[in-house]
Structures are given as C-alpha cells and as structure tokens.
Design a protein around this ligand. Structure first.
Ligand SMILES: C[S@@+](CC[C@H](N)C(=O)[O-])C[C@H]1O[C@@H](n2cnc3c(N)ncnc32)[C@H](O)[C@@H]1O
Length: 242
C-alpha cells in the first residue's frame, strides 16, 4: 500500500487531521510510552543526530514535528541562539511547553503550530532542520521535504530520524512479533487511543526507508545525502544538505 494512504483511522478526514487528532489523544502518555516501548533507546538515537550537527555549529534550528519537544531540547546542547519547534498537534506541544518551562529553556526554544508542508518561514531561514519520527506522518512526504529544502539556508543541514523496517530475517522476525503484538497491546493499555500503536506498525512497514528515502531526497535536490542504520535496522538517520 502507498505510504501516504496509511492513516490512523478509517474516516473521511485528511491524513493531517487524523494524525493531529491521534497525537492529541496520546499526548499525555507519549513520553512515557516512548521510553517504555523503546526501552529508552530513542534518547541515544536523537543524541547521534545532534552529533552530526556539531561541526556545523548551527545557530538557528528548526525542529519539525517537535511533539513534546525532545529533539528541540537535545538541539539546545549545540549552543544555538534560537530553536523553533513546529507541530500540528497542540496537545503534544502543550506537554512540551511544560517541559521547557521546567528546564528553563522556554525563551531559547519556542513551540508553534505549523504543518511541515505549508510552513510560511522565509526562504533560506534555518542553519539546520531536524525531524524526529515525523516524516512518516506527513500527508504529502515530497511536499513537506521540498518545503524544508526551501527554508533551509544554502549549505544548511537536514537531519531526519525515522523508524525503519529491518532486513535481516532474524531481526525481522523478532521485530514483526514485537511491533505486531506487543507494541499495539501496550499502546492500547496505556494510551487513550486503540489505533495509535497499530498505525505506528502499519506506517513503518509502508514507508520508503534507507536507499528509497535517500532517492526521494536526491530528487528534491538535497546534496550529500546519506543514511545510517541504527539498532539492527529498526531506525535510520538521514542527513542531507541544501
Ligand atoms: C512520533 S511524534 C514525534 C515527536 C518528536 N519529534 C520526537 O522525536 O519524539 C510525531 C509528531 O509529528 C507531528 N506531525 C505529523 N505530521 C506533521 C506535519 N505535517 N507537520 C508538523 N508536524 C507533524 C505529530 O503531530 C506528532 O507530534
């Protein structure tokens, strides 16, 4: 099935509306479930992404699909002058804003409502753009990535972290069991949404990963495109420059 036809619910609303609704529903349990289901590994993945940006010393950074702000918070370690997080789920961002206040990062990092596909920032605005587990949820992947290219400065760096579907048969077997039975079950028990963690599994399987995703970045004129598999292929980091 085409990846952008994979939606959280089977109703007549657009993918964007369904995704925003789903993340609003699970917002209060998102951080907890992230840590439980990935056994805390997701934190190390974001750190690896931020390490890629270190040598470039980006000053103005955009975190697209910021959710509860974890990637933006990790980016604050790069000593930037400004980090902006954007997301289509107000529910996710309201938990993010609480975290930022507690960490006293609320003046450095601000979270705003914004859809990756229609962001109105000017051309060549950001030194770096990061997206954590967001691109898979875009309604129109190419439109979103093209818009990020537009607002990235020439020479600016894009770093995307996303789940992947492993290729090794043994890992794939364990992965299929975990993502088909354990994740949806734990998701149903702890979140307020019966579909969210089933959608996660379906959307990861249908999403173009590794070389296929890099090919899309190349078509959109990104340069120095690359990917790195993480944790036996269950996630990938994509890096590219404008
Ligand atoms: C799985 S969460 C990831 C949150 C965070 N980046 C992290 O690393 O934990 C995905 C987020 O993407 C957001 N999202 C999905 N489509 C989006 C879009 N087109 N524009 C902006 N945000 C989007 C959702 O609302 C949700 O908060």
């Amino acid at each position: 099935m085409q990846h952008d036809n994979i939606t959280p619910y089977q109703n007549s609303e657009s993918k964007k509306e369904q995704v925003a609704q789903m993340f609003d529903n699970i917002a209060n349990r998102y951080d907890f479930l992230n840590s439980l289901l990935s056994l805390g590994i997701h934190k190390g993945w974001r750190k690896k992404c931020v390490n890629i940006l270190k040598s470039k010393q980006p000053k103005v950074i955009l975190d697209v699909a910021t959710g509860t702000g974890d990637f933006a918070i990790e980016c604050s370690k790069l000593n930037p002058t400004k980090v902006i997080g954007v997301d289509i789920s107000e529910g996710m961002m309201s938990f993010g804003r609480e975290k930022l206040k507690k960490l006293k990062l609320d003046s450095l990092i601000t979270l705003e409502n914004g859809n990756a596909e229609t962001l109105s920032f000017g051309d060549n605005t950001f030194d770096a753009i990061v997206v954590g587990f967001g691109v898979r949820n875009f309604q129109n992947l190419e439109k979103g990535l093209a818009n990020l290219h537009r607002i990235l400065k020439p020479g600016g760096q894009l770093v995307i972290l996303e789940f992947s579907y492993p290729t090794n048969w043994f890992i794939k077997t364990v992965y299929n069991f975990y993502f088909s039975y354990i994740t949806p079950l734990i998701g149903k028990i702890f979140s307020n949404d019966n579909r969210a963690y089933t959608y996660l599994t379906e959307s990861v399987k249908a999403f173009p990963n590794n070389q296929n995703f890099v090919a899309i970045l190349n078509e959109l004129n990104y340069k120095h495109t690359n990917f790195k598999s993480l944790s036996f292929g269950v996630a990938s980091i994509y890096s590219a420059e404008k």
